[in-house]
Design a binder for this molecule. Sequence first.
Ligand SMILES: Nc1ncnc2c1ncn2[C@@H]1O[C@H](COP(=O)(O)OP(=O)(O)OP(=O)(O)O)[C@@H](O)[C@H]1O
Length: 363
Amino acid sequence: MAKVSFRSVWKKYGELAAVKDLNIECADGTFLSILGPSGCGKSSTMRMIAGLEHISAGDILFDDQRINDMAPRDRDVAMVFENYALYPHKTVFENMANPLKLRGQSTDRIRERVNAAANLLEIGQLLRRRPQELSGGQKQRVAIGRAIVREPKLFLFDEPIAHLDAKLRAHMRGEIKHMQRTLGTTMIYVTHDQLEAMSMADLIAVMHDGELQQLGTPREVYNQPVNAWVAGFVGEPAMNFLTCEVQARRDDVLLTHSNFALPLLPQQVQRLNGHAAGPVRMGVRPDGLSITMRKPSEPVITGEIFVNELLGGDMIVDVQLADARIRVKTAPEFEGVPGEACYVTVNREKWHAFDVENGRAFF
Ligand SMILES: Nc1ncnc2c1ncn2[C@@H]1O[C@H](COP(=O)(O)OP(=O)(O)OP(=O)(O)O)[C@@H](O)[C@H]1O
């Protein structure tokens, strides 16, 4: 098990900087997810940790020991990729036993380790099969089993379940998390799927365009995004954004839009930090809004229902405003229908304001 540190790490391919000045401290036993869209530098980061890619500048440390120049086989990391990379002619048992065999371990020890991993992953009954006799989820479990038997310092998982169907993905998320908790091994898990990162990780590193945007717990990244980009990338359905104006009026500071003028809370006024007037980008998640068909007494946004989407236990209502559309999460019993006038209230504890120029969050 290892603590992993990135100190001002860069990866350059010629002129292109794929990873820029990356700084992360990942404590021993942590499940760290590196989250970001395609091309943000996730795999380059992973490959530098594994030693498959040269580190252009900066240092990576395991337990405070610099590993930049250490050979990949000496790093004691086990990788699992999206394409399982199993040997087709070997049985499940032989596939899982292979890393231990290469290290010259005894037959008894190999059997003991493979059986323990197979029990943990519930694939004991598959040990005699060959990969072509397995489903996608089973193959991925074997690939994970092969990583577990090595008892490595660190797991590196690169989009391991991206190709599985939605139901199996949800199942495997739980299995992988359980496995990591049980073993207590540090895990670095790359994904472009925010739901995977949110549901599994202790710590999420959100990357965009080679740069670390935010490092935080799933709660922090969801509730206190540091900028509009992170706010928009994390959360499903996505955050609503509206360009508003900050205006001082008598004792209040208002956030105004063609559809509403709502007072900010005192602590939010403070967070505006002198930005007492002018445009801001307001952001609020669909679960920070409520919708009614009867006009409530509190300040509201008026609009018209555009479309309703029933998602099992929730309903998502798209509301058309004069010059924008917002999404509201409500109960499935909501009875409004498209074309009807509706009223939306904002939970002001849950809204955010971002700088229109650089996207940084005021609150
Ligand atoms: N060997 C390479 N040579 C040149 N450019 C590369 C190389 N590998 C990656 N890149 C570029 O570096 C950037 C980051 O790529 P990387 O594969 O790390 O991103 P990623 O977030 O893992 O993307 P994906 O999810 O699509 O795999 C991209 O612009 C990519 O085109």
